[in-house]
Design a protein around this ligand. Structure first.
Ligand code: NAD
Length: 254
């Protein structure tokens, strides 16, 4: 029996990186999927990489657009009849390294709206359906940047700290409905988001330095985050809720 047989999973940010790896992992374990991203081309590429026969819908939308989010959840339920797993994974770093003294409100609004409004909005609409079903699992992609300073800039770090707290708070709100809410906190992973960092390091012969940021002395792969998301979304984690699990090669241990 596959862990996600007869389960419907909605994954945001599924057009690239960790979201794509999560889509492939959950589909390989039997899930049927609603994939969401603002990048239509990326979504299509993900769909083409899924195991043959995967039942999948896709929606190009902005996760900070409440009407679009509500419609997307409604479409999922109309098509599949239920929603069991929500992976709130879409996010941006924005390449912003302003200090607390020169940060702009516009940058904060942009980063917070994607990283935090999106998580709140999908949780709001998906959890209403999960409550009707009497069960559900939500996994939010936060970051080590939400645990410690020094990664990704202050708007990004604050947004991810917000995701971690929203995870705990919504676990308390939704626990009585048998809906579990957890977060995964990746360390440095090679994806579209971090491509500029990797390109720069490779061009300057500094790739080894990227791995040196953690105890395992290597950066991570999207599949390693997807495996953790799959665990937290599955019944193997049936008594885990309100937790933020760092998957960072020991970055936050040091
Ligand atoms: P990525 O850029 O490869 O993928 C992110 C996806 O989210 C993209 O396909 C993008 O189009 C989509 N997206 C962005 N804004 C959106 C919006 N408003 N509406 C809909 N879709 C939107 O990056 P990734 O590394 O796979 O990022 C996935 C998550 O992991 C993010 O939340 C990110 O903050 C988090 N994360 C990444 C790392 C890392 O090192 N890559 C580390 C910690 C946390």
């Amino acid at each position: 029996m596959q862990r996600f047989e007869n389960r419907i999973a909605l994954i945001t940010g599924a057009g690239s990186g960790i979201g794509r790896a999560t889509a492939k992992r959950l589909a390989a374990e039997g899930a049927r999927l609603m994939l969401v991203d603002r990048n239509e081309e990326g979504l299509q590429q993900t769909v083409e990489q899924l195991p043959a026969g995967t039942e999948v819908l896709q929606r190009a939308l902005d996760v900070a657009d409440e009407a679009a989010v509500e419609q997307c959840v409604a479409d999922t339920i109309t098509h599949f009849g239920r929603l069991d797993v929500l992976c709130n994974n879409a996010g941006i770093a924005g390449g912003d390294y302003s200090t607390a003294q020169d940060q702009s409100l516009e940058t904060w609004q942009k980063i917070i709206s994607v990283n935090l409004y999106g998580v709140m909005l999908f949780t709001k609409y998906a959890s209403r359906q999960m409550e009707k079903q009497g069960q559900g699992a939500i996994v939010n992609t936060a970051s080590v940047a939400g645990i410690r300073s020094g990664a990704g800039g202050n708007a990004y770090s604050a947004s991810k700290a917000g995701v971690i707290n929203f995870t705990m708070t919504s676990a308390c709100d939704l626990g009585a409905h048998n809906i579990r809410v957890n977060a995964v906190c990746p360390g440095l992973i090679e994806t579209g988001m971090t491509a500029p960092v990797f390109d720069y390091a490779r061009a300057n012969n500094k790739e080894a330095k990227l791995g040196a940021r953690c105890e395992l002395r290597r950066y991570g792969r999207p599949e390693e985050i997807a495996a953790t998301i799959a665990f937290l979304a599955s019944d193997d984690a049936s008594y885990i809720t309100g937790q933020a699990l760092a998957v960072d090669g020991g970055n936050t241990a040091s």
